[in-house]
Design a protein around this ligand. Structure first.
Ligand SMILES: Cc1ncc(COP(=O)(O)O)c(C=O)c1O
Length: 356
């Protein structure tokens, strides 16, 4: 695939962010973006252009019916200036699974990967240097055909944008407070929960905003049928530690995003010698575990937030405090190993890193 690379006059290049310390998540974008169009059954015109607005029909199917998918990855800058991608093949695979569910065309892994590598190479100076900061990567596909009527689009745009980011939560690696959603649900069996599609997130905005206003960083979703079993958090999968066993929700209902951080935590925890149970846990069991002290730790896991210790769950009008609102030993151990691998400060025994 030959990618055409447009030039940007020097006076149109952006000022870089002032300081890495004030890098708010998702606020800044680099100078360039990758684009390719799908029409007549194939992807064509791969190009890198200046980052900027898209021209879309007001009737575009993405805008009217939400035919959109995306991925979230990071490039981590190492001490020797390389950019580390973490298990990028899994992102490509999940992107194509999302595409299938949303009746969209798949994209060949080599197009996706070539596009990403070429763009990162041009934008490498934008990658922050601090551990905990990174260049966030947002591959996206949207249905661009302009027409009303609920049918899949016959034309698509695939693009990649890059955003230099600091920690996802302003508090950094510190315990967060989570609001358990008792009224709203995120995904039901047979729906689109396992796909990374805009509508899943649109449905979470109202309660997410309410939770934030009340001082909670994220919402914890329960299953749609019983409103009882824990599924995942707004932008993370979630783990509960009881007596050195890690519990996380199983993926088989298709209602949970299969996180690649989740898969990596499972692998690392097994190798540390902990037991893993991918089992449905009810909120009642969790509250009991907090009360009787058997629930030792809780943490979220996702690309954006990495590992996020959870210090409080708000459920049925009460705040349930976990591990005295302290970071647990197992959470810390997993965080250290994950971050160490991602920034190449420790050896990567799994060959998860692909350097660009
Ligand atoms: C709803 C949801 N769950 C879980 C995750 C974690 O997935 P990953 O570890 O692949 O970033 C994300 C982040 O993309 C998410 O949006």
């Amino acid at each position: 695939m030959k990618i055409s690379i447009g030039t940007i006059p020097d006076n149109e290049l952006k000022e870089k962010y002032e300081s890495e310390k004030t890098l708010e998540f998702g606020k800044y974008f680099t100078d360039r973006m990758f684009k390719t169009d799908f029409s007549n059954g194939k992807w064509e015109n791969p190009r890198i252009t200046k980052y900027g607005p898209l021209a879309l029909e007001p009737s575009a199917i993405a805008l009217q019916y939400g035919q959109t998918i995306f991925e979230g990855q990071k490039a981590y800058r190492t001490k020797d200036g390389k950019l580390n991608l973490f298990r990028p093949a899994l992102n490509i695979k999940r992107f194509n699974n999302s595409a299938k569910r949303m009746a969209m065309p798949e994209i060949a892994p080599d197009i996706y990967f070539d596009a990403l590598k070429t763009l990162l190479d041009l934008e490498r100076d934008w990658a922050p240097k601090n551990v905990g900061s990174a260049l966030y990567i947002r591959p996206t596909m949207i249905g661009t055909q302009g027409r009303l009527g609920v049918v899949p689009s016959n034309a698509y745009l695939f693009y990649i944008i890059l955003s230099p980011v600091g920690p996802y939560f302003p508090e950094g690696f510190k315990p967060i407070k989570i609001w358990v959603s008792e009224q709203y649900i995120r995904a039901a069996p047979g729906g689109t929960g396992f796909a990374k599609t805009g509508g899943n997130y649109a449905a979470s905005l109202l309660i997410g905003q309410e939770a934030l206003e009340k001082g909670y960083s994220q919402v914890l979703w329960l299953d749609a049928i019983h409103k009882k079993y824990v599924e995942e958090v707004g932008a993370m999968n979630i783990f509960f530690v009881y007596n050195d066993t890690l519990y996380t929700a199983p993926l088989d209902s298709g209602t949970i995003l299969p996180g690649l951080t989740r898969a990596s935590v499972i692998q690392m925890a097994k190798d540390f010698g902990y037991s893993i149970k991918e089992e449905a846990l009810s909120m009642d069991e969790i509250v009991d575990g907090i009360k009787n002290g058997s629930l030792q730790e809780c943490f979220g896991a996702g690309t954006a937030a990495s590992i996020a210790p959870v210090g409080c769950l708000r459920y049925q009008g009460k705040e349930h405090i976990i591990n005295d609102f302290q970071i647990g030993d197992i959470t810390q151990k997993i965080y250290d190993q994950l971050i160490g691998i991602q920034y190449s400060t420790i050896e990567d025994p799994y060959e998860w890193i692909v350097s660009v």
